[in-house]
Design a protein around this ligand. Structure first.
Ligand SMILES: C[S@@+](CC[C@H](N)C(=O)[O-])C[C@H]1O[C@@H](n2cnc3c(N)ncnc32)[C@H](O)[C@@H]1O
Length: 272
């Protein structure tokens, strides 16, 4: 047998090339898995609500996050949905609410008990696009699509730019607590804006602003479920950690679950 021994530097290079090839193979497998999961989620979404007139990649939420939102709406129908960052998600939320509250919008009593959606959008062009997207929705009249330009917002942790018109949340929460139809009212909060380019930890104000807008009332508690998109980004991870610290500081018991989605996501649940 001829000797197959190669010089050490060459062996090292071959080893490095082999490792690189294995990494490329793994990343191809991961990409295929991600596409497959998005397709599966998209098919399930389509089965639930039919055709979807917006995109589910890039700037809009991905199909996996959309499906989680829909499942949450159906499993624990909220009376109030607050969304930061409008778009395809707004359309899906309204479709999901229509499924979760099937007969309520026909009668006068139904109209009174129909859920409310507060959707915040800071840019006029996207406000207009979302308005067109949701126009045909059955629960359109229960949606307040707010054009809410960013304005300075600060707390002890720093200064930020955040959506204006946050007082609309207070008004909606007061109205909700007055309804007293259930021992526990549910609020779903979707955090997918503003974009990271508007400043570091751009989405951080969502939670402290919510705590400010909805003062705790143990006699008539609200169950808050918050879904944060884009947890694969360092900024959103820092925001999630700051929120947990803030809730612990206020003595609010919260449970956090990270969701293994394409862009990463987090679910935070707590009473107010
Ligand atoms: C992550 S996007 C929100 C997407 C939304 N939740 C959806 O599912 O379509 C956050 C904000 O970015 C802005 N935005 C949306 N699409 C954009 C685009 N293609 N280029 C730049 N900004 C965009 C809008 O102001 C939007 O509210």
């Amino acid at each position: 047998m001829p000797s197959t021994s190669l010089p050490d530097p060459l062996l090292q290079r071959l080893g490095a090339i082999e490792q690189r090839l294995q990494a490329i193979e793994q990343s191809k497998r991961n990409a295929t898995l991600t596409i497959t999961r998005q397709l599966e989620a998209f098919i399930q979404l389509h089965t639930l609500i039919g055709s979807i007139p917006g995109q589910l990649h890039g700037w809009p939420i991905s199909a996996d996050f959309a499906l989680r939102m829909l499942h949450q709406l159906l499993a624990e129908p909220p009376e109030l949905v607050i969304e930061f960052g409008s778009g395809t998600s707004t359309y899906l939320l309204l479709q999901g609410l229509a499924l979760a509250y099937p007969q309520r919008s026909g009668s006068a009593q139904g109209a009174r008990s129909a859920p409310q959606l507060l959707s915040y959008e800071h840019l006029p062009q996207f406000h207009q696009l979302t308005a067109e997207l949701i126009a045909p929705g059955r629960l359109r009249r229960h949606a307040q699509l707010l054009l809410a330009p960013l304005e300075p917002w600060s707390d002890a942790s720093g200064s930020y730019s955040y959506y204006s018109q946050l007082e609309r949340i207070t008004a909606a929460a007061i109205a909700l607590r007055r309804k007293r139809q259930r021992p526990l009212h549910r609020v779903l909060v979707i955090v997918d804006g503003p974009p990271g380019a508007t400043g570091p930890q751009a989405r951080y104000p969502a939670l402290p602003a919510l705590l400010q807008a909805i003062p705790a009332d143990p006699a008539r508690p609200l169950q808050i479920t918050l879904l944060l998109d884009d947890l694969i980004r360092a900024d959103e991870q820092a925001t999630a950690a700051s929120w947990q610290a803030l809730l612990a500081d206020r003595g609010i018991a919260a449970s956090r679950r990270d969701l293994p989605f394409e862009k990463g996501a987090m679910e935070l649940r707590f009473p107010l």
